[in-house]
Ligand binder design. Structure first.
Ligand code: ATP
Ligand code: MG
Length: 707
């Protein structure tokens, strides 16, 4: 059917991991390791044998079915693995994805009646998981923790659901949630879902203006927050931020009757919390008084589940709307296969529920599978850079899912490992190696392309060369994974997101929107729909069509650039808006950054294009060095050289700008929009920097501009 299918077919003739274990590595590390040959990293035989999808052939068989008969494929999964109060109508999927044929419309399982909270909790409890741990909660302060079984979680969810009903929250009402990573955050999401309310979680790091903007946009019945949180050594007074946001939103005509506030005692006592009588209510005073059972509000598969604003890397955040049925089926299925989920797994995703990753892969995807989930309140490097591995050992985490930014920052903090070959590091990083990490079996990455050197550190050092890495490419808009390794099936290539998930048809198009085949590079689009796709931008269907469906009519446009190599592997090259054109060569930011980061003294890099008289655009690189390494002319030259050698002279940076830190969104993504302004010295046009995690880095960068 598709070009992609042909690529996959040719890939399927590759030998599987069997017999490919490199003796050298096995001898050095004394274990059955994965092996690397010609860029391929094969899963070990032991891993593949136990995997849900053990081979390219099995993948191909299922992938083919998912593309040739999407309705049959997805309805088979939907009816066998979920509870529906009533089956959907005759059409599993009805869609118009072509702007030339009218309004864009995507519907899956329309007419099907279900509830995602019921499917996460009641269904699993009925299947015997009542006493299984649903949530392990780890406090910012080592030594403090808590946990809930599936039946305890259901009780908590029902109490909150009953309370929300008592204050008049009804099906379809919006609820703004501004909570840190407490157990109360997934509890709140599930309680909203139980009564058909639409949650909109706002990352509890956003400013009062950002919060107010979202409150005004979705007009919630209630705002749910907590008084304060400890993150690393800092205490953040969330309730003060909410108070300011409510003042701001009142000015815009939206006043909120109830602000339900959880007293997070380890951070702040209620006596010290500012309070507005009549509006503010302590969670602990009301919620526990409600019954621990609560009838489910049955909803249509196409009723809205939540509204979530994108992280805003490229400008004003978009209010992405997801509905119930398709999202449920898609997040559960992607979770299961991409992480090779087994009932005995203990799963930890470091993302905050304020991002899509926390929606799909902290709360819904894992809980639909009845998984045990670790939720960590604090900072990953607190009290030191070993904290993540401490948590892994404490809970015997088997699946660990994180972001490249975290991998790079942990690499930077005190990693003395030096690379002897691509596969073998001398294990000198005390923060990692003082922990066992033996429980780990699958690793995951999301948020940005993972540089091959960071991939190798993660794979070799953290995962002891045993654990495949699922480098999951997806977006807030896609609801779930789109291009991702299935860990037992494919040999991986460090830095490649590999192949599409079942039912997903990625296509690469040129400027004119023509599909290009074979080894190529261009704009990443998706053909057809998949159940987890977003249905609209809240209150702005026009912007939805313009942003995603008009640029290349007939396709969903992702905004990302991508190349496909001779083996059919997909490599995300960064946002297309960030592509740099040097003397006619189109260069993705990811490629140059990865070359820079492969330098042993470079911890992180971000490149942007600047105007250049001769070349059209020149490459301007911001470089963060490994802790303790001094700036020097010699180092500057060797950084330029490494790019020349790895990519070619045309990609050599024209300028290296030392960067003690890089401007990042609060979800950890580099904001190149701001770097472009600094690079071109348009310092009065930096634009909105309120969504930056640490606005201070901008001044640091400006100060170092000409050093
Ligand atoms: P905005 O759309 O508001 O600018 P955003 O795109 O950063 O924000 P998200 O939906 O959180 O918001 O991020 C999705 C984007 O993250 C993708 O389009 C892609 O650029 C990047 N991304 C996510 N995962 C990967 C990955 N595994 N490899 C490469 N890039 C990734
Ligand atoms: Mg985006």
């Amino acid at each position: 059917t598709t070009n992609h299918l042909r690529h996959v077919e040719s890939m399927a003739s590759l030998p599987s991991g069997a017999g490919k274990i490199s003796h050298l590595n096995a001898v050095i590390l004394g274990e059955a390791l994965a092996s690397e040959e010609n860029d391929f990293v094969f899963p070990s035989d032991a891993f593949s044998h136990q995997a849900l999808i053990p081979s390219p052939h099995k993948y191909l068989e299922m992938y083919k079915r998912s593309i040739e008969d999407p309705a049959g494929f997805w309805s088979g999964i939907a009816s066998s693995q979920f509870y529906w109060k009533q089956k959907w109508g005759d059409q599993v999927c009805s869609e118009n994805l072509d702007v030339r044929k009218g309004d864009i419309k995507i519907e899956w399982f329309k007419g099907g009646i279900t509830n995602i909270c019921y499917n996460c909790l009641d269904r699993n409890i009925d299947a015997g998981l009542a006493d299984k741990i649903a949530l392990y909660w780890e406090s910012n302060e080592p030594g403090f923790d808590a946990h809930l079984t599936y039946s305890q979680l259901l009780h908590r969810v029902c109490q909150l659901a009953n309370y929300l009903k008592s204050i008049g929250v009804r099906k379809g009402d919006a609820v703004i949630v501004y909570l840190p990573m407490l157990m109360e955050l997934p509890i709140t999401m599930l309680a909203c879902a139980r009564i058909g309310a639409v949650h909109s979680v706002v990352f509890a790091g956003f400013s009062s203006e950002s919060l107010a903007q979202r409150i005004v946009d979705c007009k919630p019945k209630v705002v749910i927050t907590c008084n304060a949180v400890r993150r690393g050594p800092k205490t953040i007074h969330l309730k003060d931020i909410v108070d300011a946001a409510l003042v701001e939103s009142a000015k815009n005509g939206i006043s909120i009757d109830v602000c339900l506030t959880y007293e997070n005692q380890s951070a702040l006592k209620r006596e010290s919390t500012k309070w507005q009588e009549g509006r503010d209510v302590w969670w602990e005073d009301v919620v526990p008084k409600y019954p621990t059972t609560c009838d489910v509000e049955w909803v249509d598969a196409e009723d809205p589940l939540f509204l979530l604003y994108t992280s805003g890397s490229t400008g004003k955040p978009k209010g992405v709307l997801h509905t119930t049925g398709g999202y449920m089926v898609y997040t559960a299925t992607t979770f299961k296969y991409a992480f090779d989920y087994k009932e005995s797994d203990v799963y930890w995703c470091t993302a905050d529920c304020g991002w899509i990753t926390g929606h799909s892969y902290v709360t819904y995807g894992p809980m639909l599978n009845g998984a045990t989930v670790v939720v960590y309140e604090g900072a990953p490097n607190y009290p030191d850079s070993g904290r993540c591995w401490d948590i892994v050992d404490k809970y015997k985490v088997t699946i660990f899912y994180t972001a490249p930014t975290l991998v790079r920052s942990l690499m930077r903090d005190g990693d003395e490992a030096s690379c002897i070959s691509n596969l073998v590091y001398t294990l000198k990083s005390p923060y990692v190696t003082r922990y066992s990490r033996k429980s780990l079996r699958v690793l995951g990455s999301v948020g940005e392309p993972i540089n091959p050197s960071a991939w190798r550190w993660f794979f070799n050092l953290v995962g002891g060369s045993r654990c495949p890495i699922s480098d999951t490419w997806w977006q807030t808009e896609t609801g779930g994974f789109m291009i991702t390794p299935l860990p037992g099936a494919w040999p991986q290539k460090p830095g490649s997101a590999t192949f599409p998930f079942f039912g997903v048809q990625p296509v690469i198009v040129d400027e004119k929107g023509t599909e290009i085949d074979g080894e190529c590079s261009g704009y990443l689009c998706v053909k057809g729909s998949w159940p987890g796709a977003f249905r609209t931008l809240y209150g702005d269907h026009e912007r939805y069509e313009t942003t995603y469906f008009r640029p290349f009519p007939g396709y969903y446009f992702t905004g990302d650039g991508c190349s496909r190599d001779k083996d059919g592997y997909h490599w995300l090259t960064g946002r297309v808006d960030d592509v740099i054109n040097v003397s006619g060569h189109r260069i993705g930011t990811a490629e140059v950054e990865s070359a820079l980061v492969s330098h042993p003294q470079c911890a992180e890099a971000a490149v942007v294009g600047v105007e250049h008289e001769v070349k059209g655009q020149g490459i301007y690189a911001f470089v963060t060095l490994v802790e303790g390494v001094p700036y020097s002319e010699e180092l500057r030259k060797s950084l330029i050289l490494i790019v020349r050698n790895q990519i070619g002279a045309f990609a050599a940076p024209d300028k290296i700008h030392w960067a003690p830190g890089l401007p990042k969104t609060r979800s950890g993504k580099i904001m190149r929009r701001i770097l472009r302004k600094i690079a071109s010295r348009q310092l009065d046009e930096l634009g909105d920097i309120s969504t930056l995690a640490e606005p201070g880095v901008v001044d640091q960068l400006i100060a170092l501009a000409d050093s």
